[in-house]
Design a protein around this ligand. Structure first.
Ligand SMILES: [Zn+2]
Length: 117
C-alpha cells in the first residue's frame, strides 16, 4: 500500500510545520489531491489512521480536496478533463497531452492546535 509511505512523508512535513510554529498539536490538515496523482483518497485516509495511531496526530482531522484533471492536447489543441485516472484527450482520444492540472499532492492548509486535546 504505497499510500502509507505517502501518509508518513506528509506526517513528517506536518510535524516540521508544528515545530516551526511552536504548536502543541495539529487540529486539522487540508490536502490537495489531483485526480491524476495516482493516489487513492480512501486508501490514503486509512493510511493516516494507521500512521497516526498512538501519536500526537491521532486526533488530527484530515481533509482531502480533489483537484480535477486538465490536459492540453498536442494533437488537436483542446484542453479537456479526462474522466478517468489516465491523461488522455477527451476530444480526440490522443495520449500526446500535457498535464495542466491533476498531479497535485500537497498540503494546502494546516490548522495548529494550542492544546494537546
Ligand atoms: Zn486532442
Amino acid at each position: 500500500m504505497h499510500e502509507l509511505g505517502i501518509a508518513e512523508t506528509i506526517l513528517q512535513r506536518v510535524e516540521a510545520i508544528r515545530v516551526e510554529n511552536g504548536a502543541v498539536g495539529i487540529a486539522a490538515v487540508q490536502l490537495q489531491i489531483g485526480d491524476l496523482s495516482g493516489v487513492d483518497v480512501f486508501s490514503l485516509e486509512l493510511a493516516f489512521g494507521v500512521a497516526t495511531e498512538n501519536t500526537r496526530f491521532a486526533d488530527t482531522r484530515w481533509e482531502f480536496e480533489r483537484i480535477a484533471a486538465s490536459v492540453a492536447c498536442r494533437a488537436c489543441g483542446a484542453t479537456t478533463t479526462p474522466d478517468g485516472p489516465f491523461p488522455i484527450c477527451m476530444a480526440c482520444d490522443s495520449t500526446d497531452v500535457e498535464i495542466v492540472a491533476g498531479r497535485e499532492l500537497m498540503i494546502d492548509t494546516v490548522e495548529v492546535a494550542s492544546t494537546a486535546d
